[in-house]
Design a protein around this ligand. Sequence first.
Ligand SMILES: Nc1ncnc2c1ncn2[C@@H]1O[C@H](COP(=O)(O)OP(=O)(O)OP(=O)(O)O)[C@@H](O)[C@H]1O
Ligand SMILES: [Mg+2]
Length: 238
Amino acid sequence: MSHEGGQPPVVETHDLRKVYSPGTEAEVIALRGVNLRIERGEFVAIMGPSGSGKSTLMNMIGCLDTPSSGTYACDGVDVSTLDAEDLAALRRDKIGFVFQGFNLLPRMSALENVAMPMAYTRVPYQERRERAQAALSAVGLGERASHRPNELSGGQQQRVAIARALINHPPILLADEPTGALDSKTGEEILALFNRLSEEQHTVVLITHDAHVAAHAHRVYVMHDGGLHEGSHEDLRA
Ligand SMILES: Nc1ncnc2c1ncn2[C@@H]1O[C@H](COP(=O)(O)OP(=O)(O)OP(=O)(O)O)[C@@H](O)[C@H]1O
Ligand SMILES: [Mg+2]
């Protein structure tokens, strides 16, 4: 693929399909030919009802699962050409995950949680701590580095999870219902943080069933029964 000197899209899928348990009675077509193109620095929301295929698509974008057919190029790399080791490296270098339940390790401090993804890199110990401290400061938690998750509010825990997702400077931040467990004011703070990250050329892909949350993104897609459709902000008010 040539991109005439420009950067390739961060996410580019062609006719992506996912069929669970094909050929059996339990067969589910979870993705039906999804075409998605996301450029660097975009903040995109994917919404849709329960069971429409949002998490399945997030797992494909995050290289946690492989499609039944179709192609996916992550930051210009066709992921079907990679073996398991290369895929793990691509996940580590290109993608930061923010999960709904925060997934923080309870016995570790905020700083240690944020430093975790550097465990499998060559970054020296002192630099890991400095980078983790800087990442916490960037999400407004510089003063809370030594706190454990249970000593932090829900919104602060979610911000620790975001700092952790960003620590290896991945171009893509994938967030599945990141505000689902938060009150609306704390949720607004997280969404403002995503907006700021996209201004700093991070690509943010936000999965949500909530139209008010999706309305914060620059661009909205809607999933229905495995199909992805470009939505408008007008759809969100309906
Ligand atoms: N591992 C699996 N095996 C079989 N079917 C699955 C599997 N994972 C998901 N499905 C089915 O695929 C469809 C899409 O599921 P998916 O988890 O992507 O939905 P979703 O949009 O994320 O829903 P929610 O909003 O409830 O999280 C559903 O019908 C689901 O039952
Ligand atoms: Mg889901």
